[in-house]
Structure formats: C-alpha cells, structure tokens
Ligand binder design. Structure first.
Ligand code: SAM
Length: 278
C-alpha cells in the first residue's frame, strides 16, 4: 500500500496523528528531499529506511517503488512540505500507482494553497489554482492572459526570488483587482498583505521579499454591458435587413453580432419599437 502523507508547511505541530502513525508503521519512506525529511523524522523520533523520489529520478525510482509495492511492502511518500501531489512529484507517483493497480491513499494535512485562499478573504466558493507559472515563455503568456478574464479567485505559488518579477508580469493582466500575498504561513512571521498590484510592487521594491509566498488574486468583476446604441438605431438596423430580404430572426442575429448585444436584447428592442410604430 502507498500512503501519500501530508507534512507541515512550517509549524511542526500541524502534523496529524495519522501521519505520525503511518510514518511509524510503513516499511519504507520515500521523500522528495531525504535531508529535509530526516529532520522531520528525527524531531518525531521516527527511524525508517529513507529513499529519495524527486523530479530528476522519478522515472527510475518510480519503477523501483512500484516493484516493492507489488511485493507487498508499504511505502509512505512525503514531499518537502504540505500535501504531496500539489505542485510536486507526488502527482507522478499517484499516476504510477493507478497505472499499476496499486492501492493508495492520502493522509490529509496542511496545504499552502488552501490556507492562502481561505485567509485572503476572497471568494472561495469556486477558485482556480494555477500553481507555479510555467517557465516556458509561450505557456506563461497563456496563463497570464487567462488572468484578465477569470471571474474566479486565482491562486499561484511563487518562490521568493520571483515575487517581484511575477507581480510585474501580472501587472497588465490584473487591472485594479486586489491581490493578497500570504507569506510564511503557519510560521513565526506569518503575514498577509493586501493591495493593488502597483502598491505591492512598490512595497517589494523597497523591501526584499523573504520566505515562502502564496499569491491570491481577486476574480475579475463582471463588466456591465454598455449599450452605445439607441433603441431607434437598433430597430432601424433590424428593419433595414428585413427590407433587404433577411428573415426576422436572421436580421436580429446579425444586428446582435454587429452591436455586441445579446439576441434577446435586440429582439426585445425590435419588438417594443415595432409595437409603438405599427
Ligand atoms: N505541496 C505543497 C503544498 O501542499 O502546499 C506545495 C509544494 S510547492 C513545491 C512549494 C510552494 O508552496 C512554495 O514555493 C510556496 O509558494 C508555497 N508554500 C509552501 N509552504 C508555504 C508557506 N509556509 N507559506 C506560504 N507559501 C508556502
């Protein structure tokens, strides 16, 4: 059986009893970074064989782990912090377990994205997690362009040395929406900072961003459709088309396209005006 085990994102007291029991009971612990995880295990006095499973050895080590699991061994997988599978190699291990019919589960626990989203106070009934911005320029641009029209709250991860450049890159896409920077969550210097993109850029130009950050962006507001056409104009546009031989519904559809109004609106205006003219 494979256990993905969530570990603290800063405060060691956030480890769950189930996480500790699982780490104590498995045959082997696979870790994203064995040095990092050794400290956690030492703190809780857990002595277990450790192997590393990370971005650069996941193909070869993945097969080894699957072999062991097929032989009936139990393995726990922990990443450097938080919930394995969220922006870390845990995702690949889950896929591998599914492909190989291995029984697996997650021992739930801390997750920076959830904590950042909740503490931001923005709408969390539905939100979008984008993780780290892609390194590839084209893909990065695609993600950034999605920000402009996204009505749901957006959550990003970013390393501290990229905070300022990421905010600068986001500038032209976020408009005047509020951003919440959730820093050092669960740690001694946990901090939440809200502001417009410009005010946050200004702040971090003067204060070096330190620690770990979650970037939460308020969703784009609905833009009220401004109708720049008078009802008379709309009526005339539809009527002209009908006189030129268009069917009524087709004329309405064409005018809706030309004016950016909905078909229902054009229909309602046309019928209302027709009623007053006839
Ligand atoms: N799997 C982890 C989780 O469940 O949150 C995330 C792993 S990802 C490789 C690491 C990123 O998570 C960091 O760059 C940072 O954006 C965010 N992060 C992790 N711990 C954090 C903390 N204590 N405060 C704020 N952000 C944190």
């Amino acid at each position: 059986m494979l256990y993905l085990v969530a570990t603290p994102i800063g405060n060691l007291e956030d480890i769950s009893l189930r996480a500790l029991n699982t780490l104590r009971s498995v045959d082997l612990i696979a870790a994203e970074d064995t040095r990092h995880t050794s400290k956690l295990l030492m703190h809780f006095d857990i002595k277990k064989p450790l192997v590393s499973y990370h971005e650069h050895n996941k193909d070869s080590l993945g097969e080894v782990l699957i072999g062991k699991l097929k032989n009936g061994e139990s393995i726990a997988y922990v990443t450097d912090a938080g919930t394995p599978g969220i922006s870390d190699p845990g995702e690949d291990l889950v896929k591998l377990a599914i492909e190989n019919g291995i029984e697996y589960t997650l021992i739930p626990g801390p997750c920076a994205l959830i904590m950042g989203a909740v503490l931001s106070g923005f709408n969390t009934r539905s939100f979008v997690f984008e993780g780290f911005l892609p390194q590839d320029k084209k893909k990065r641009k695609e993600v950034l362009e999605r920000i402009s029209n996204e009505k749901r709250t957006l959550v990003f991860y970013a390393p501290p040395h990229h905070i300022l450049s990421t905010l600068k890159e986001m500038k032209e896409y976020v408009g005047d929406r509020q951003i919440c920077l959730a820093r050092e969550l669960t740690k001694k210097f946990e901090e939440l900072k809200w502001g417009s993109v410009d005010s946050l850029i200004e702040f971090y130009e003067e204060n070096n961003p330190r620690g770990e950050f979650v970037i939460v962006i308020e969703g784009a507001r609905e833009v009220e459709q401004v109708n720049e056409y008078e009802d008379d104009e709309i009526f005339k546009m539809v009527n002209d088309k009908i006189e030129k031989g268009h069917k009524r519904n087709n004329a309405i559809k064409e005018v809706a396209k030309e004016t950016n109004l909905s078909r229902n609106d054009v229909y309602a205006i046309y019928e209302k005006k027709k009623g007053t003219i006839l």
